[in-house]
Design a protein around this ligand. Structure first.
Ligand SMILES: [Zn+2]
Length: 224
């Protein structure tokens, strides 16, 4: 069986995490979300984790070399021998290049960079509709999962509010940053011929079907 070494790309609210978890089940591949890896390395006090912590404690970004080292560790594990799903890394072209170099060292290569595409308006609709209760953090959505009474939590009766992160202007800002950082990455993977675009505006089952179909095609092509 050929390896499935996957990178997931997509804006906040694209359902990237959901799709990553589904793919993890579908293909029995480890799913590595960068934030989790970073936190685990810091918690376990590994050399790289310690190094990363120094930067984070200073409020600095963890440099690419440290990030690549952190990602290289799980990717080299035996559980990832048949492939892996990376989410949240790479974030920049420099990181993508470093990842390619690392993969070459391991005598492997990325199979696909899957871009889950969702329009900015749809992201604002998805994230901006969230209402969070101030007491327990229960989450509702004015469109997809509305509370019985406006502004009141069905579960604990507390008031519902729009978290700062879910305010349209904040979402737009995050999207701007996302486009700025991710577009060069998209071009990078387009040039290397492994970019696969998936329409993320459909419902999660449909998106999952399309990704699986795309990966099945990819494997067939490899076998030819
Ligand atoms: Zn509540």
């Amino acid at each position: 069986m050929s390896e499935l070494n996957l990178v997931l790309l997509g804006p906040p609210g694209s359902g990237k995490g959901t799709q990553g978890e589904r793919l993890q089940e579908d293909f029995r591949l480890p799913y590595y979300a960068t934030g989790d890896i970073l936190r685990a390395a810091v918690r376990d006090g590994t050399d790289l984790g310690g190094e990363a912590k120094e930067y984070m404690d200073r409020g600095d970004l963890v440099p690419d070399t440290v990030m690549v080292g952190l990602i290289a560790e799980p990717v080299s594990r035996s559980e990832a021998a048949d492939g892996f799903i990376l989410d949240g890394f790479p974030r920049t072209t420099a990181q993508a290049e470093a990842l390619d170099t690392k993969m070459e060292e391991l005598d492997r290569a990325l199979s696909a960079a899957i871009l889950i595409e969702v329009s900015d308006d749809e992201v604002v609709r998805r994230l901006g509709g969230r209402r969070t209760c101030i007491k327990e953090g229960h989450i509702f959505h004015i469109e997809f999962d509305p509370p019985k009474n406006d502004d009141i939590c069905d579960i604990c009766g507390a008031r519902l509010e729009i978290r700062d992160d879910d305010k349209p202007e904040v979402i737009r800002n995050r999207l701007e940053t996302y486009h700025e950082k991710t577009e060069p990455l998209v071009s990078y993977y387009e040039r290397s011929g492994i970019l696969r675009r998936v329409d993320g505006s459909r419902d999660p089952d449909d998106v999952n079907d399309r990704i699986r179909a795309m990966l099945a095609t990819l494997r067939m092509e490899e076998e030819l």
